[in-house]
Design a protein around this ligand. Structure first.
Ligand code: CTP
Ligand code: MG
Length: 228
């Protein structure tokens, strides 16, 4: 079963405040997009890569691919108004042979190849929708608009969910065809009545949202380089 990765990179990165789309924000001298692609291409099971680019930055994404080692190939398509629309732009670029589809955020630029491998393996093992997740360390409370606490869910049952998220192609397409919005693709699958399996995530797949996250990512990368 051929595996495609849709790398959603069309966000503007307002909260990061780098003055450019987040995909091009530098991390240890390279754009987040280059780091993210290294994770994707490091996984030997991936046969087709689709980058969903910010409008007007399609050529810049193509140039970033050309700068990678090893003559890597990726298709670049323009994104949509929100994340779901960008995923749908990626779905439209799938090839006939792509049977398993992973959706990954460029914002999780340091997700390692091993995480891609484990997600793909879980889909191949028979789970139609697979997401990586880690135990939540903060206590989480449900609040109303006035800040009143409504509930404190048992932390043991909570997971912080990451990407790459992996799906059988038809499951992901069916979920998106139902419309609506969710903060991740698995949320749409759940809404469509599908079953989603959580596997153990990876701290390196942290979401780079704010300048503080970029500092953490810089430290992780430098630590990895020293370890290597
Ligand atoms: N994304 C996308 N298309 C959009 C919006 C978001 O492809 N129209 C992607 C982002 O590039 C990112 C992922 O969805 O990889 C998660 O989004 P987020 O972390 O919110 O990134 P941004 O939208 O770029 O950041 P911000 O919300 O701060 O502007
Ligand atoms: Mg956003």
């Amino acid at each position: 079963m051929n595996v495609a990765v849709i790398l959603v990179a069309a966000g503007s990165g307002v909260r990061l405040g780098a003055g450019m789309p987040k995909a091009f924000a530098p991390l240890c001298g390279e754009p987040l997009l280059a780091h993210a692609l290294r994770g994707v291409f490091g996984c030997g099971q991936v046969g087709h890569v689709i980058i969903v680019a910010p409008d007007f930055h399609v050529d810049q994404c193509r140039a970033a691919v050309r700068l990678l080692d090893g003559h890597r190939q990726a298709e670049v398509v323009p994104g949509g108004v929100d994340r779901s629309a960008s995923v749908e732009a990626g779905l439209a670029a799938l090839r006939h042979e792509d049977r398993i589809v992973l959706v990954h955020d460029v914002a999780r630029a340091l997700a390692p190849p091993d995480l891609f491998d484990r997600v793909i393996r879980a889909v191949r093992a028979g789970h139609p929708a697979v997401v990586p997740g880690l135990p939540v360390t903060d206590t989480v409370k449900v609040v109303d608009a006035q800040g009143r606490v409504l509930a404190t869910p048992d932390r043991e049952s909570l997971r912080g969910i990451q990407t790459p998220q992996g799906f059988l192609r038809e499951v992901l397409q069916h979920a998106h065809a139902g419309g609506g919005s969710a903060t991740d693709d698995a949320g749409l699958v759940e809404r469509a009545g599908g079953h989603v399996r959580v596997i153990t995530g990876d701290a390196r797949a942290l979401k780079i949202t704010s300048p503080l996250d970029l500092l953490v990512a810089t430290a992780l990368l430098q630590d990895g380089q020293h370890a290597g």
